[in-house]
Design a protein around this ligand. Structure first.
Ligand code: ZN
Length: 319
């Protein structure tokens, strides 16, 4: 029965020292404080599992659904892997620490967790002049270690300016930081392993700095930095313009702009959908659902065709 229903998910709000209140003012989520940095909107990760809001699985977590109802995700019966992806919205009211994530092999061997972290960002909004860190200028691992040790951050870090609508692909091993004034939707592997390289020498109320992980950071960083070559392909289906933002080993991510009506087929195992702006009606067989900015859901494997009607903007992804 639930095979043909969308799975609507409740965001998990997370406080961060760099967070703000835009997850409330822009997305109307109930934030725990004015330092709320992250909404984990499609998550089966133990550090913030999404709860299902509707249908026969109401009240269960996405992780439960993945384990107990593998058919919804076209998961083989002998597949005992964890849910592979995680989608978040981040509000950076202040700079995030400069960091790097390991790949799968390092995550498994050193951290004993199933996934490393390749991630990508769609910039939802950015204040005038907002910048982020992506990559570095060291040519060898020795040079990287030396510049980190001597704190030559201006020389080491590669900064780029961003605006709303930009897309940034961040494979594991890429030094990165989201800058102040940026709101992003992040699609990533379901992992929470972060190695902090630099935290601007910030201290908390008690005068303590956050822990750094320099040795592991240097071990996992790709040297020299390689710019990912991401080709974006546009496709028009009815009144929906689909832009493929990235297609790689772990995920494929699209931006959709709906201005009217479109009927679509689902060809992936399951589809993760986030409404970034506007509102629309989703119709599956004879059932309709209102969706709007801040709604997140999964179309399970049983849904082979669906229609959308309205004015809305989406980020969509699949494995
Ligand atoms: Zn990251």
């Amino acid at each position: 029965m639930y095979k043909n229903e969308p799975i609507f998910l409740q965001p998990v709000l997370q406080e961060r020292i760099w967070g703000g209140k835009k997850l409330h003012t822009e997305f109307h989520y109930n934030i725990p404080s004015e330092q709320t940095g992250e909404a984990w909107v499609i998550s089966a990760h133990p550090n913030g599992p999404s709860v299902i809001k509707n249908g026969s699985l109401e009240g269960k977590t996405l992780a439960d659904a993945w384990k107990e109802h593998g058919e919804l995700f076209n998961k083989a019966a002998d597949n005992d892997e964890e849910y592979p992806l995680l989608v978040k919205i981040l509000d950076a009211a202040d700079d995030l620490s400069v960091q790097v994530h390991p790949n799968d092999q390092f995550a498994r061997e050193v951290e004993n967790v199933p996934y490393g972290k390749t991630e990508c960002w769609y910039v939802v909004s950015a204040e005038e002049g907002a910048e982020l860190v992506l990559g570095h200028h060291a040519q060898t691992q020795e040079e990287l270690a030396q510049m980190v040790e001597q704190g030559e951050w201006d020389k080491l870090l590669r900064r780029i300016k961003v605006k709303a609508g930009d897309f940034v692909y961040v494979p594991s091993g890429t030094i990165h930081a989201i800058g102040k004034g940026i709101v992003i939707l992040e699609t990533q592997q379901s992992s929470d392993i972060t190695y902090r390289v630099y935290d601007y020498d910030r201290t908390d109320a008690a005068g303590n700095k956050r822990e750094l992980h320099l040795e592991r950071s240097i071990q996992v960083t790709t040297v020299p930095h390689q710019d990912a070559n991401v080709e974006q392909i546009e496709n028009v289906i009815g009144d929906l313009v689909e832009k493929k933002l990235v297609e790689e080993q772990y995920f494929t991510v699209y931006h959709w702009n709906l201005n009217g009506e479109a009927t679509r087929e689902q060809n992936s195992d399951f589809l993760q959908v986030s409404v970034l702006d506007g509102q629309a009606t989703l119709t599956i067989e004879d059932q309709s659902y209102d969706i709007q900015k801040g709604t997140h859901f999964i179309l399970p494997n049983g849904i082979k065709e669906y229609s959308l009607k309205g004015q809305a903007e989406f980020i969509v992804s699949h494995v």
